[in-house]
Design a protein around this ligand. Structure first.
Ligand code: ZN
Ligand code: ZN
Length: 290
């Protein structure tokens, strides 16, 4: 496995890569731009070069590019669909410029149209986005926590969303807090087995490209999404250990999305996951949610 964090944007992309290298990331996730805006902002060529040089030198790979939360690939509204498509294409272009990817997007909400119509809407948007994006950039759909009118809640729904597209171009990302929210009790080894079976029977293991390793403050199956550190969530380190031991997940990027508050904390968190430091969990930290 390759361990990393969602790196909060430092002053520049270059500084972000340097921070990731400093704390020992083997992989990272960054936002394509401001997560709460449709506009992606400019990318200065020198900053781009600095980012690429450092991430290559430090072997930080892959670099996941998370898209803004405003995007809804299943939206029934024409205006939102236009904005979402444009912002998603911008993120794909940004990933290409940064020699990065996959681009990560949430599965979206059907807003009352029903799951089947939502999945159809997602298909047409993904098709357009791929057509207007650099051909080497890949796209991964993140599973939902099951709130409101979300699609992509079950592995079967994710399979339907990605089904029409090449497994080389469109994959999935699983967030452990969202899996917990829809009833996978990852503290139990046989529940991890059930998850892997569902992936295999649904989208297929070859489509599973990355994991967001978040704990949750809410109870199992609550369909609520409040991320937590592994030290103070409901799943705890037992679930984390089950994931680390799961043979089917070996080689995948594992991203901690909950911010560690200090660089030193993140350094310890990563090295303990890599088995080189046993301090994780002993350091008092406040919970955080994203
Ligand atoms: Zn996530
Ligand atoms: Zn979440």
């Amino acid at each position: 496995m390759r361990f990393g964090i969602h790196v909060p944007k430092q002053g520049s992309f270059t500084a972000t890569a340097r921070y990731a290298d400093d704390i020992g990331c083997e992989t990272i996730q960054i936002f394509s731009g401001n997560p709460m805006a449709w506009q992606i902002g400019t990318l200065n060529p020198e900053d781009r070069d600095g980012f690429v040089r450092i991430k290559k030198g430090a072997d930080i790979d892959p670099v996941l590019i998370h898209t803004p939360y405003l995007i809804n690939i299943a939206s029934p509204e024409q205006r939102l669909r236009e904005l979402s498509t444009g912002t998603l294409v911008d993120a794909m272009v940004r990933a290409s410029n940064l020699e990065s990817g996959p681009v990560i997007v949430h599965a979206g909400n059907h807003k009352g149209m029903g799951v089947a119509a939502g999945i159809n809407a997602a298909h047409s948007m993904i098709e357009r986005v791929l057509a207007f994006s650099p051909p080497e950039v890949t796209l991964a759909i993140e599973n939902s926590a099951g709130m409101g009118t979300a699609i992509g809640v079950s592995l079967d729904e994710l399979a339907e969303i990605v089904g029409p597209f090449s497994a080389e171009r469109v994959g999935i990302l699983l967030d452990t807090a969202h899996l917990w929210a829809v009833g996978y009790d990852l503290r139990q080894p046989d529940e991890v087995d059930r998850l892997i079976d569902d992936v295999r029977r649904g989208p297929g293991l070859e489509r599973l490209w990355a994991v967001h390793a978040n704990d949750s403050l809410k109870e199992l199956g609550a369909r609520r999404d409040v991320h937590a550190m592994w030290t103070d969530g409901r799943m705890g380190m037992r679930a984390m250990r089950n994931l680390i031991r799961c043979p089917e997940l070996q080689g995948l990027p594992i991203i901690f999305e909950v911010p560690g508050e200090t660089a030193e904390f993140d350094r310890v968190r990563l090295s303990s996951m890599k088995g080189r430091d046993r301090r994780y969990g002993r350091r008092p930290v406040r919970s955080a949610s994203v």
